[in-house]
Ligand binder design. Structure first.
Ligand SMILES: Cc1ncc(COP(=O)(O)O)c(C=O)c1O
Length: 291
């Protein structure tokens, strides 16, 4: 699967107004991100030092902040300038920029503190390109009940439900855990899930049960480009199990074929035509949609 999330000690970060090496970044143990997971985040892909779909990521950050009633501490221009500065201060051409904003440091109390500055943190890690054999052969996934809270649309740092779900697949060497709630596919622990049925690409409805990945709108555009019909509709668990293709999308997976589900082959057990066309279109989009 993807390489471990491994920013080197030399990675230059941004923390509350200053740029500093990761190893020197320190925050208070009373930070509400640490105490409550009271924060939101973004992961933004960078190719050849250019930010991919920057506006969409920054708009989602603002939506997440609004959803948890935190003021947006920066303008779009300020965010972009900070992101570009972190990119410039790090060595790799292909990076992922992680942004986290928490409600700040306060006496431990569930109630929102007043007059507290948010904690703003950004780091860069090398873009964890998927290994060639995974791209060529597809990956294995398992399913599990979706036991998370009902605000999956918020990109919140409160990720324990996702962490526990992901661990299930990690323990058996699978790439992802696809989550099922009441018989319907929601998403995976850190990816959106797509199926191909009767030649049509299908994605679960955009709602509060799942995060709307930045790749959701992108695949909407790319499916039109490659001439494949796309339906946003509820996807039953049984449909997942007899899908012609299953795809995962995320900032780091891009478009990744799933060729085994719960130990059974998906269709012929090879990446399907829709996935391959979308992946090719995605690669082309990187050139034109990065800035
Ligand atoms: C729960 C969840 N769903 C979906 C996604 C895909 O979102 P994006 O395409 O913006 O990376 C992610 C990405 O980390 C995620 O954590």
């Amino acid at each position: 699967m993807t390489a471990p999330f491994d920013p080197t000690a030399e990675s230059v970060c941004y923390l509350n107004g200053t740029f500093q090496p990761l190893s020197q970044c320190q925050i208070s143990v009373l930070d509400r991100g640490f105490i409550f997971g009271d924060g939101v985040y973004e992961v933004i892909p960078v190719y050849g030092r250019r930010v991919f779909r920057a506006d969409a990521h920054l708009e989602r950050l603002v939506r997440s902040l609004n959803a948890v009633e935190m003021a947006n501490p920066c303008t779009r221009e300020d965010w972009l300038a900070l992101v570009r500065e972190v990119i410039a201060r790090n060595a790799q051409d292909d990076q992922c920029i992680y942004i986290q904003v928490t409600r700040g440091v306060a006496r431990r109390d569930h109630v929102f503190p007043r007059g507290v500055e948010p904690t703003i943190f950004m780091m860069s890690f090398p873009f964890p390109h998927i290994q060639a054999d995974k791209r060529a052969n597809g990956v294995a996934c398992i399913t599990a009940p979706d036991l998370r809270w009902r605000n999956g649309h918020i990109k919140s740092t409160s990720l324990l439900g996702n962490v526990l779900a992901r661990q299930l697949s990690a323990e058996i060497g699978a790439a992802e855990t696809i989550l099922i709630r009441d018989g319907w596919v929601t998403e995976a622990s850190a990816s959106n899930v797509w199926v191909v049925r009767n030649g049509r690409l299908c994605a679960p409805l955009r709602d509060h049960d799942k995060l709307e990945g930045i790749r959701v709108s992108l695949l909407e555009e790319l499916s039109t480009e490659i001439g494949v019909k796309l339906d946003f509709r509820p996807i039953a668990e049984w449909e997942l199990r007899c899908a012609e293709e299953i795809l995962l999308t995320s900032a780091t997976k891009e478009v990744l074929p799933v060729t085994s589900l719960d130990g059974r082959r998906v269709s012929e057990g090879r990446p399907g035509a829709v996935c391959q066309s979308l992946y090719a279109a995605y690669q082309a989009a990187k050139d034109v949609q990065s800035s």
